[in-house]
Design a protein around this ligand. Structure first.
Ligand SMILES: [Zn+2]
Length: 55
């Protein structure tokens, strides 16, 4: 991502909270697979799945 201005960073819509979020350094290797804006959203998904399992 060298030479890319902050305003031009790629962004996506979080599939959990439906809010847009911008590219981050920690995602540089797996940006194509990123679906959630944060660990909180990703964990929420997992919790929901676990809950369904236990039901
Ligand atoms: Zn989110």
């Amino acid at each position: 991502m060298k030479g890319v201005k902050k305003e031009n960073l790629p962004s996506k819509i979080c599939i959990m909270c439906h809010r847009p979020f911008a590219w981050r350094k920690k995602w540089e290797k797996n940006w194509n697979e990123v679906k959630y804006c944060s660990d909180r959203c990703r964990n929420k998904k997992l919790e929901d799945r676990d809950y369904a399992f236990r039901k």
